[in-house]
Ligand binder design. Structure first.
Ligand code: NAD
Ligand code: UDP
Length: 337
């Protein structure tokens, strides 16, 4: 299939492009490069042997989308493009609604005009309401606690409404838990701008000496070691989840929603210890107050994806850390090195 991958120069999108190519598909990337570097395109080619077509542009540009969908005879779209920093979304909510919600509206409009009716959307576990009732399954109570999370939930509701109005659409929302890791080649991985907010890229930068100490936000949670617990998923497993979702969606109209997670929680200290083992260094940490808005623990019930898509995670926490370390140690400055 010819697949338009919006946000395909980003962390998850670029690695998904490699997996698409390996599965025999032709990805076409549309990315504004607002949070990516063009150098990733050469890496996709290096890893997969094929450099996908690339358009630098914004998903809010309908004319461009119509042209790309038409000229590349696109069969389906995977929509990664969006802004993703939870804290920034609190300070700049309109930026998030414009990019994430309006961007998707324009995309759907363009797809409708060209007659491309299969869409796979990057949603997030942030759509769920804070809860002590674990694991989270697709029907768990919704209630995002940031504009970012709400933008994802709004899009999910829009997708459902569009399918209800025109049942020939196939709309799939994939709710990612905590994507980490890198391509096992060490050539592709996460390249955050500035000081990473997320745990894994921070630990990776600590391991190469770019950070001096990990501040562990809270050690008095009701978790086995008192630190926060999350469901980490290897980005390669996540990419494979998109392939499974695409295969399921193509030619199967309707509205589909799946959690993509491992179904297991790991604590901050467990992550740090596993990473230390992977890189062979001891990594400094200190306990700091809880981070505002953080939950103690959440993880996925990923059984629906296994049942319907035949997908489940295959890569371990060790693999997540080893692959991240290979990427970070070989590319300490990310794609600019
Ligand atoms: P990323 O920032 O690396 O990738 C997003 C890409 O979209 C970037 O390359 C950026 O340049 C591009 N982009 C942003 N706005 C655009 C626009 N208006 N037009 C065209 N391109 C645009 O992020 P990622 O981690 O690869 O995440 C991909 C998707 O998955 C996002 O939608 C994100 O919200 C979602 N998601 C990510 C996580 C995570 O922890 N990484 C978790 C849940 C959901
Ligand atoms: N965390 C931490 N120090 C950091 C970054 C994160 O202790 O510098 C903790 C955070 O409190 C949470 C876990 O690591 O318990 C995962 O945080 P991340 O931001 O990666 O994911 P999210 O909280 O958005 O699921």
């Amino acid at each position: 299939m010819n697949i338009l991958v919006t946000g395909g120069a980003g962390y998850i999108g670029s690695i998904t492009c490699v997996q698409l190519i390996e599965a025999g598909h032709r990805p076409v990337i549309l990315d504004s490069l607002v949070n990516a570097k063009a150098a990733v395109l050469g890496r996709i080619a290096q890893v997969s042997g094929i450099q996908p077509s690339f358009m630098e542009g914004d998903v809010r540009n309908k004319a461009l989308l119509v042209q790309v969908l038409h000229d590349h005879k696109i069969d389906a779209v995977i929509h990664f493009a969006g802004l993703k920093a939870v804290g920034e979304s609190v300070d700049h909510p309109l930026r998030y609604y414009d990019n994430n919600v309006q961007g998707t509206l324009v995309l759907i409009d363009a797809m409708n005009q060209v007659g491309v009716k299969t869409l796979v959307f990057s949603s997030s576990a942030t759509v769920y309401a804070p809860s002590h009732d674990m694991p989270l399954h697709e029907a768990s109570v919704k209630g995002a606690s940031s504009p970012y999370g709400r933008s994802k939930w709004m899009v999910e509701e829009i997708l459902a409404d569009v399918v209800a109005s025109d049942p020939s659409w196939s709309m799939t929302a994939l709710r990612y838990f905590n994507p980490v890791g890198a391509h096992p080649s060490g050539l592709m991985g996460e390249d955050p701008q500035g000081v990473p907010n997320n745990l894994m890229p921070f630990i990776a930068q600590l391991a190469v000496g770019q950070r001096s100490v990990l501040r562990v936000f809270g050690n008095d949670y009701e978790t086995p070691d008192g630190t926060g617990v999350r469901d980490y998923i290897h980005v390669m497993d996540l990419a494979d989840g998109h392939l499974a979702a695409l295969q399921h969606a193509h030619g199967r109209a309707g509205h589909h929603v799946f959690n993509l997670g491992s179904g297991q929680g790991h604590s901050v200290l467990e992550m740090l210890a596993t990473f230390a083992q992977a890189c062979g260094k001891s990594l400094l940490h200190e306990f700091a107050p809880r981070r505002s808005g953080d939950l103690a623990a959440f993880w996925a019930d990923a059984s629906l994806a296994e049942k319907v898509l035949g997908w489940r995670v295959r890569r371990s926490l060790q693999a997540m850390c080893e692959d991240t370390w290979r990427w970070q140690s070989q590319n300490p400055k990310g794609y600019t090195s």
